[in-house]
Write a protein that binds this ligand. Structure first.
Ligand SMILES: Cc1ncc(COP(=O)(O)O)c(C=O)c1O
Length: 385
């Protein structure tokens, strides 16, 4: 046996020992019971009430933690549910520094909800670490980053940010939204991040049929506080959804490999196309942080963004295999216009500054036959002229 089990072995076996179930089920059962009989008042066999704990959820959380090389995982009703719980770690008046190019929903959440909690937020371009450091204040309690960013796929040096921030104040909690790459390609905890956060809805589930979020940490203190909030705020996923995600992660490795292959083929194709202005993909040598991407991640998912030379609406309408829809990370290819869809909530002025124009298209390249995807893009690019 190798010193450490491989990713796919862990995905298939960790937390799945059939001996823990009454009929030695090879596939962990969906336990729907909301309550559990007790041997005597207060004497339980591990579970007492379905919001506080559920065996199907526990199987998934155990497996997710192992895939991240982390100690403690928790799952939530959505990625934003996980975000809500993580930001509840803050107290009134605390300051948070966030990447300026993050998921639109998180951005909106930070702008609206945290203000109500009387927290202040500073959005900065984290591809330059000095922007993070120069904005740290005495009340800064959290640094929030997404890498690669959404939708421009800028790569942030996780270890660089962690070292610089912790040197200034080791108490600051560093959260990395790893939704775009998953632990198969990138493990932020290995670089010293405190919490890894996921919209499980995306690549981890990968089948566009479950909304879920997750956090993973090595810190027992944070896990305890997050677990308390998961239960107290009631932001839990259903046992059926936990079963579906647990089934999905059995194929996470092979799906991510194929997303990488298809996504990179699309990026190279677009880069060579006369109807395209500029392509963003961290594994293209033209990407500004290509070297950092190679250093901190072992690959990239199916996310590709590009500036179109033609008419975006005509392009999106002409697509036949790519579906015009929000979200990402499923087996099916999707295309969207961030300026009026996922990032419409970002103020127009900020969108302009960030480069989220009406020419910017974001693709989530799925698992269809590569040649079919390239042919679909080619005909739609021509139709956009
Ligand atoms: C990077 C990222 N983080 C968080 C979220 C929020 O997750 P959810 O939609 O599961 O609430 C999303 C959703 O699109 C996302 O793309």
């Amino acid at each position: 046996m190798p010193a450490e089990e491989g990713f796919a072995t862990k995905a298939i076996h960790t937390g799945q020992d059939p001996l823990q179930w009454s009929h030695w089920e090879v596939v962990p059962p969906i336990v729907t019971s909301t309550t559990y009989r007790q041997d005597a008042p207060g004497v339980t066999r591990g579970y007492e009430y379905g919001r506080s704990g559920n065996p199907t959820r526990y199987v998934l959380e155990t497996c997710l933690a192992s895939l991240e090389n982390g100690k403690y995982a928790l799952t939530f009703a959505s990625g934003l549910g996980a975000t809500t719980v993580v930001t509840t770690l803050l107290s009134a008046g605390d300051h948070i520094i966030s990447g300026d190019d993050i998921y639109g929903g998180t951005n909106r959440f930070f702008q609206k909800c945290l203000c109500r909690q009387s927290n202040t937020i500073t959005f900065v371009d984290m591809s330059d670490i000095s922007n993070v450091i120069s904005n740290i204040k005495s009340n800064t309690k959290m640094v929030w980053l997404e890498t690669p960013t959404n939708p421009l796929l800028k790569v942030i040096d996780i270890q660089g940010v962690v070292q610089a921030v912790k040197q200034k104040n080791p108490e600051i909690i560093i959260v990395v939204d790893n939704t775009f790459l998953t632990s198969y390609f990138q493990k932020p905890l290995n670089f010293g991040a405190d919490i890894v956060l996921y919209s499980v809805t995306k690549y981890i589930n990968g089948h566009s049929d479950v909304i879920m979020g997750a956090t993973i940490t090595n810190r027992k203190d944070l896990w305890k506080r997050l677990a308390f909030l998961q239960n107290a705020m009631g932001i839990i996923p259903s046992p059926v959804d936990c079963f579906l995600v647990n089934r999905s992660i059995k194929t996470l490795e092979i799906r991510m490999r194929q997303h990488m292959e298809n996504g990179l083929a699309v990026a190279r194709f677009l880069e060579s196309h006369s109807c395209v202005d500029k392509v963003f993909h961290p594994y293209l040598p033209s990407h500004p942080q290509h070297e950092i991407a190679l250093k901190q991640a072992s690959g990239h998912s199916g996310m590709v963004s590009f500036y179109l030379k033609g008419d975006s609406n005509k392009f999106l309408k002409a697509l036949k295999i790519f579906t015009l829809a929000e979200s990402l990370g499923g087996y099916e290819s999707l295309a969207e216009l961030p300026s009026v869809m996922t990032h419409a909530s970002v103020p127009e002025e900020d969108r302009k500054k960030l480069g989220i124009s009406d020419q910017l298209i974001r693709l989530s390249v799925g698992l269809e036959t590569k040649e079919d995807l390239l042919a679909d893009l080619d005909q739609a690019l021509k139709a956009s002229q």
